[in-house]
Write a protein that binds this ligand. Structure first.
Ligand code: PMP
Length: 358
């Protein structure tokens, strides 16, 4: 068996030891004689998994009792809809930062429900970037404010989060648990699981209980945050296997330490940005002060060379480097589980490719 270096933006590489453990436990989880996929979500064996997954998140994010950890099907995209459905009342306004494609997607869904104020818009800026504090126009009395902590496609990342009077909600899909942050700055954070946490299809949501309670009561049961809080994400059958994988990856992360992971992530990204900056051939696409530590985006002199770069990289086991179809270019996604050696291999490949074509 040989594993390649998988630079995919998501679903993305998971820690090998978690995959190995899942493999070893596939047929007989913990002496139960069955797979986690086959057992009752109300039984004792699964309950322990569910509880550990939540407890690991609580430890990693240093959550106080006023926050709840919930697991919601439908990925981050359903959150784009659930947030305004729950919190954007008829006469209210919600503030949204449009920092790229994902911010724009969130706005599009919110506009189907109610009134949106775009607090700043830098979606189309080249180089790609996040808005600066002085550019943000918040609405007095807004129902909430929404940001995207890391724009996966453009490769721009908030290094310092804005402070808002309104409850702040962040889509952290592509940098969740890649660095420490203070939960007190947020009323809610969420992320699709398929980058730093586990399989796709589920969102991890951390929500302040008072916010969940304030949500629109007239919604269908499965669309209310209060249902997930009150029923411990067990109102219906939860995505048990995804939660199990999240439990394993968060256990792995606790062992490594979030601070250590952050340091390693910064170092990994810095190696790639250094290689880009040292060359006239490669050109970074994000403004240096907002460069993402998770998604490193760059271009070559021509699209033909970019295609050739991807094709040759794939042949030597460096896969998933093609930029998002909406923007082109190249993107190296290097989430928590992406190995340091893979970054070194890409740096070497870049130097070698430039020698031949630069
Ligand atoms: N937000 C961000 C920042 C993302 O990167 C993604 C997926 N790439 C999404 C939202 C959408 O996630 P999902 O596919 O789980 O709905």
């Amino acid at each position: 068996m040989s594993r390649i270096y998988n630079f995919s933006a998501g679903p993305a590489v998971l820690p090998v030891e978690c995959l190995e453990q899942a493999r070893d436990e596939m047929l007989d989880y913990n002496g139960s004689g069955m797979s986690v996929m086959e057992m009752s979500h109300r039984g004792k064996v699964y309950s322990a998994i569910h509880e550990e997954a939540k407890a690991n998140i609580r430890k990693l994010m240093k959550l106080t009792d006023d926050y709840e950890v919930i697991f919601v099907q439908g990925g981050a995209s359903l959150q784009f809809a659930m947030i305004p459905m729950n919190f954007l009342g008829k006469d209210a306004v919600a503030d949204y930062v449009c920092s790229g494609n994902w911010g724009a997607q969130a706005i599009k869904q919110a506009r189907l429900i109610g009134q949106v104020n775009v607090a700043a818009d830098c979606e189309k800026d080249i180089p790609t970037r996040m808005p600066r504090p002085e550019e943000l126009n918040w609405t007095k009395g807004a129902a909430y404010a929404h940001i995207t902590s890391n724009e996966t496609i453009s490769g721009a990342q908030f290094k310092v989060f804005p402070k808002t009077e309104a409850p702040l909600i962040a889509d952290m899909s592509s940098d969740i648990l890649s660095r420490p942050f203070d939960i007190k700055d947020f009323a809610m954070i969420y992320g699709g699981a398929q980058k730093n946490l586990g399989p796709a299809g589920m969102a991890l949501v951390v929500i302040r209980k008072d916010l969940a309670e304030r949500g629109n009561k007239a919604l269908p049961t499965m669309l209310k945050y209060s249902t997930f809080v009150e029923k411990d994400s067990l109102y219906n059958t939860p995505p048990c296997y995804s939660i199990y994988m999240l439990m394993l990856t968060t256990r792995w992360l606790l062992k490594f330490g979030l601070e250590n992971m952050w340091r390693q992530n910064v170092e990994k990204a810095a190696k790639l940005y250094k290689a880009i900056d040292a060359s006239e051939f490669y050109r970074g696409t994000a403004l240096p002060e907002f460069r993402s530590d998770m998604n490193v985006t760059f271009r070559l002199p021509t699209e033909e060379l970019e295609a050739q770069f991807c094709a040759e990289a794939t042949k030597v086991g460096l896969s998933g480097l093609k930029g998002h179809r909406s923007v082109g270019g190249l993107r190296a996604s290097i989430y928590n589980a992406f190995p340091v050696e893979g970054v070194d291999a890409l740096v070497d490949f870049m130097a070698e490719f430039e020698k031949r074509f630069g």
